[in-house]
Design a protein around this ligand. Structure first.
Ligand SMILES: [Zn+2]
Length: 392
């Protein structure tokens, strides 16, 4: 049942006196003991993502004495990460996440090897990165990377300890275990681009990644020890608001294109294309939508032009910051369009310019002609006009 830790298994691995003292609460449990702690020391775990899920994962795996930890992340620490990514301190803002995590984990446990890979996981580097590790832990937040991690794990025969979070809900399971299902057995096709919002768009309650990431850490340690019932063939669903766990049975799909007997995927593919995403994010549709920059808008407002400002965000966003516009959330626009005067020149805005572009497309169809989309929304207004405007 235990995961093979082949490269080191032939060498004699022992624990030093300091290690025995450090891991004594493991060592006195017969279920772990010296044998289990040596398995942990020999284990090599690769974490994909060092954000919200990666924080408890890294801390607990390092603390438990997992001998080699790899950290893959290309991102840098942002102020908005600190609400949940508890490995980082305020002083880490601007630092690469993989390196900041490495420093933090090294401080926690200098007796283990920690390697930071400051790179984006791609179809080109995934197999090489994964090859040296026994277990891969998926703490990413986007569909292309999830399919990539899954496929690389299945191709290499490595377990993939999966977790995901959104707003108040989390999921965890172990994919790619011998005989068990993979991510594609559960989700053969990615959702249409834009249908499932990211945490950056939909938000996430700060504690949630702590809980789901801790479950992933526990499953990883169980796989290393070969003890207990691993979360294989079971999708654990967590609802933080109801404080309820549910479990769905997952079956291996005989028609799975990568882990089934007649597989059609035999190498890594272009996952951005597979998920219908080009580049970093799906770009906002701006075709045929007239734009005004925050600087231009400021100039026109200052000279007293008669501009009507329509804010299509939600009321809780208006509370954070606003441009004194009329608030009609995008979803309410169709039934409240009569509140607007089509003879007036109108600037529509949201946070980033995406929802306001949708609003303008709707208003154009409704016969409005004098429309401007505030390019970059309140975020750009803060950057270009008024730095005191909060960014969220
Ligand atoms: Zn499968």
């Amino acid at each position: 049942m235990a995961i093979q830790t082949d490269t080191l298994s032939k060498q004699e691995v022992t624990l030093s006196k300091d290690e025995i003292a450090r891991y004594s609460r493991h060592l006195i449990m017969p279920e772990v003991g010296m044998d289990g702690q040596l398995k942990l020391k020999k284990a090599k775990v690769l974490m994909i993502g060092t954000g919200g899920l990666g924080a408890p994962l890294g801390l607990y795996l390092a603390a438990a004495g997992v001998g080699r930890l790899g950290l893959v992340d290309f991102d840098v620490v942002d102020n908005s990460n600190l609400q949940r990514q508890v490995t980082f301190t305020t002083a880490d803002v601007g630092k690469p996440k993989s390196e900041a995590t490495r420093e933090r984990l090294h401080g926690l446990n200098p007796m283990i090897d920690i390697e930071a890979f400051e790179t984006r996981l791609t179809s080109e580097n995934a197999l090489d990165l994964f090859r040296d590790f026994d277990i891969i832990v998926d703490g990413t937040d986007n569909f292309p990377t999830r399919y990539l991690v899954n496929d690389a794990c299945v191709l290499l025969g490595k377990p993939n300890v999966y977790g995901s979070i959104f707003r108040f809900e989390g999921q965890a399971t172990v994919f790619g275990y011998p005989g068990g299902p993979c991510y594609r057995c559960l989700y053969p096709e990615p959702p249409p681009p834009g249908l499932v919002p990211s945490c950056a768009e939909g938000g996430v309650l700060g504690v949630l990644p702590g809980i789901v990431g801790s479950i992933q850490a526990m499953e990883t340690i169980k796989l290393i020890l070969g003890s207990g019932d691993p979360l294989v063939g079971r999708l654990l669903l967590f609802d933080a608001l109801a404080m309820r766990f549910r479990e769905l049975k997952l079956h291996k799909n005989p028609a799975c294109p990568i882990c089934g007997p007649n597989r059609t995927i035999t190498k890594l593919i272009d996952y951005e294309e597979f998920c219908g995403i080009r580049g970093e994010e799906a770009p906002a549709v701006t075709n045929g939508i007239p734009e005004i920059t925050p600087t231009e808008l400021k100039t026109r407002l200052d000279r007293g032009d008669d501009l009507f400002i329509l804010d299509v965000r939600e009321p809780h966003e208006y509370q954070i910051c606003h441009l004194n516009g009329k608030l009609i959330p995008l979803g309410e626009l169709p039934r409240r369009v009569s509140e607007l005067d089509s003879s007036k020149e109108m600037v529509v805005h949201c946070r980033s310019g995406k929802r306001s572009a949708d609003a303008i497309q709707f208003l154009q169809k409704a016969g409005f002609k004098k429309l401007w989309n505030l390019k970059g929304g309140t975020l750009a207004w803060s950057d270009q006009v008024d730095p005191s405007m909060p960014k969220y």
